[in-house]
Design a binder for this molecule. Sequence first.
Ligand code: BES
Ligand code: MN
Ligand code: ZN
Length: 494
Amino acid sequence: MGSVKFDVSVTKGLLEKTPANILVINLFEGVKIPAGATGAIDIALDGLISKFVIGKEGFSGKFGETYVLPTYGKIAAEKVLIVGLGKNKDFNLNRLREVSEKVIKKCQKLNNVKKIISVLHGAGIGGFDPEQCAKAITEGALIGGYKFDKYKSEKQTSKIEEVVIVDMVEENCKKAKAGIKKGKIVAHAVNCARDLSNEQPSYATPTKLAEIAQKIKDIDVKVYDKEEIEKLGMGAFLAVARGSSQPPKFIHMRYKSPSKTAQRKIAIIGKGICFDSGGLDLKPPSSMLTMKDDMSAAAAVIGIMTVMKELKPNCEVHALIAACENMPGCSAYKPGDILTAKNGKTIEVDNTDAEGRLTLADALCYACDLGVDEVIDLATLTGACVVALGNTVSGIMGNNQSMIDKLIKCGAAGGEKLWQLPLFDDYKESLKSDIADMKNTGSRMGGAQIAGVFLQNFVKKARWAHIDIAGTAYLEKKGATGAGVRTIINYLMS
Ligand code: BES
Ligand code: MN
Ligand code: ZN
């Protein structure tokens, strides 16, 4: 998995007596005389932290601020890293996850760091539940420690081997252990999604995605090939796939909770365009550059399914991916073509670069035919959503307000921001076609919502939410983020 090579664990013990290369402690903003664990270390270091680091150097405990100092044998750890937790009143589990990410990134830059020990940040003066704190620390460390270096002949990864949370209270350790386990599961799903999405497009083809899905343990998987997709009547999806020499695959993964109680049936759909060249309405080079990421939603869905058997949500989950490439080959679909989706509706192709909604249309029909109660689709769908919300906020829209509200909450709890966009009837106007039921694109203005209104044509009775991750799935600096994974895991578990 990517290259997180270290493990996270907890042991009962005294911080001062535990050997390590780095001991991580913390400080809330504005604290002059540290208490708790940091206070104990300050005393063991003869007041070096309060007198020198805070007093002289002016370390103020601002959020994410770090300071590293050697211990010269006064405690068992070689160095201490003090991290700022920010203002006590602003502190929460999301900030803790971010702090943990920053700490790991800082440690990766230091020399000779193999073993890191850490206090259970947040559980002392912060007053948060030890299990939740350990989960946040673990998630942050494993997500922050991830690097995609598969294609580097010289791996630049650091030598970090283990992160150990140390606490002297037995009960805290027990709770931390449970939290670490949960954090590892979430981080695994996130990093699995990032691995797939970071891959080069000529590796992560529709066939490869199908193969990977089929290898997930304890998940039923059915992969439909081109002939079978034809039989299913997915005329919109097939049209997009036509311009590529890579055959399309429709992937259906199913998880069923072992519990005997009535289960809600949920479908999660991930846009799986393994490369989006724009088709005949070819993208300019600068826009095409990152279009290997156009299967990030499919990657997220696969990442989520790899952890279902460990998380065991009490629901039946159908994960669906219409995987293909959008290429301008000589059989490519053309502007002006009229396609018939699985539900019989006809679509005039206005722009072949609006391909994602065509593949999602057929996937939505398939999901509704399964008789699910709820459908969530996740997609790197529109540049308009990026313009509207930027790179840290995903757009959400749908036909059921309480479902949308719940998803926004689940996102917030996992550190993923979602902002609702409206699906007013006004937007339908610009999708009108003279010769078919609709066109696949309309006005550029309000483009994210117009895409949402388009998708709604393919949803029957189910409650439905559409999440546009075009801005959040892939960042220039970080690469793939695994956007959507934490939101949807929290949603399935709620
Ligand atoms: N995959 C793109 C959307 C996208 C843009 C994702 C930027 C990530 C970053 C999608 O298939 C697309 O090309 N959308 C067009 C739609 C337009 C032709 C109506 C767009 O947003 O420009
Ligand atoms: Mn496109
Ligand atoms: Zn696309």
